[in-house]
Design a binder for this molecule. Structure first.
Ligand SMILES: NC(=O)c1ccc[n+]([C@@H]2O[C@H](COP(=O)([O-])OP(=O)(O)OC[C@H]3O[C@@H](n4cnc5c(N)ncnc54)[C@H](OP(=O)(O)O)[C@@H]3O)[C@@H](O)[C@H]2O)c1
Length: 308
């Protein structure tokens, strides 16, 4: 038998329960992956609350959260040429990774599996898609080039920390990142200039601007106002937070389907790029992981580790 964490109706993390499920078999063109580590993201609790129910169907009852994980192929269906048993892979995209074993379509077109580069640990590999993949897409959307100055709001979060590092790998001359004071030393270590968010943010940033481009990973009026004042070209501002008011005021939403994980991994190459994993929970305690993520202040990524 295998294990999955499921839920039957939209609500709070209290809805999640651990279920014993059979180890699945792959159909033609599919593989079974056994996960070693699973990423936890804000989209998980947004999906659980039902915020995205019209866009992302979850198949309730028996819905499963989780949009990223790293693991090893343990079974291969007929016709699969891309992967073999034993291959380490990263799974990304469609929700459903809060489980130990999963059947995943293996074709290039399905775009749910990417080879797991050996230089990353399981925890690192599991959290690359959302953090690094989204950051990469955001930097592409604003067209960041070497020598430019970038403003990142929410720079201490999963996507923000990735955006800071990818921007510097792209050759940005300077990256200014807004974050709470407790994360400023971390941002300095990564090579960014930290600025505290909250009241007066646009004024605090004014002395540091203008900027060539901005990436908003925080949302809300303060970050939007700063981007509007300090980045002249609307096409060089982006927000990854679905806030219609921010978009209405002139900060375009990220337009990035599909995730360009292979290109992201190419940019990272053998650089010291790192995602901080700051909290780990056994898979069966996924509800606690979600509550911690919702409270915030983690200063990095949360992962679930299968117990079996
Ligand atoms: N569109 C997409 O495809 C996409 C993809 C990924 C994520 N997202 C969304 O993007 C947001 C960030 O995701 P994440 O995974 O990076 O979240 P996260 O790891 O939870 O990080 C959120 C960060 O925001 C910071 N923050 C909170 N309020 C802020 C403010 N007013 N100004 C500046 N920073 C502030 C926090 O900083 P401190 O801890 O320093 O207080 C925290 O580090 C979430 O809403 C998520 O749903 C969208």
């Amino acid at each position: 038998m295998s294990t999955a964490v499921l839920f039957d109706r939209y609500g709070t993390p209290d809805e999640l329960y651990r279920a014993d499920v059979p180890v699945p078999s792959p159909g033609p063109g599919e593989v079974v992956v056994r996960y070693t580590a699973i990423g936890v993201n804000p989209i998980d609790w947004k999906l659980l609350r039902g915020d995205l129910r019209t866009h992302v169907p979850l198949g309730l009852p028996g819905g499963c959260l989780g949009v990223e994980a790293a693991g090893v192929v343990v079974d291969v269906g007929a016709g699969v040429r891309r992967f073999r048993v034993g291959d380490p892979v990263i799974r990304h995209g469609r929700p459903g990774t809060y489980r130990v074993h999963e059947v995943v379509p293996a074709s290039q077109e399905a775009d749910e599996l990417t080879a797991w580069p050996a230089r990353f640990s399981a925890e690192q590999a599991a959290v690359l898609p959302v953090a690094a993949g989204t950051a990469y897409s955001a930097l592409r959307q604003v067209g960041l080039r070497a020598g430019e100055r970038l403003l990142v709001h929410g720079a201490s979060g999963g996507v923000g920390l990735a955006a800071v590092q990818l921007a510097l790998l792209t050759g940005a001359a300077e990256v200014i990142g807004t974050a709470s004071a407790r994360h400023h030393e971390l941002l300095r270590r990564l090579g960014a200039v930290p600025v505290e968010y909250g009241d007066g943010l646009p004024e605090r940033l004014a002395g540091l601007g203008p900027f060539d481009a901005s990436v908003d990973c925080a949302g809300g009026p303060g970050p939007a106002e700063a981007a509007l004042r300090l980045v002249a070209d609307p096409g060089r501002r982006v927000t990854i937070v679905a806030d219609p008011e921010v978009q209405r005021r002139g900060v375009p939403y990220l337009d990035h389907v599909p995730l360009e994980l292979a290109a992201t991994l190419d940019l990272i190459g053998h650089s010291p790029f790192e995602l901080r994993v700051t909290a780990r929970f056994p898979l069966s305690r996924a509800a606690e992981a979600l509550r911690l993520g919702q409270r915030g202040g983690v200063g990095g990524k949360i992962v679930l580790l299968p117990e079996e």
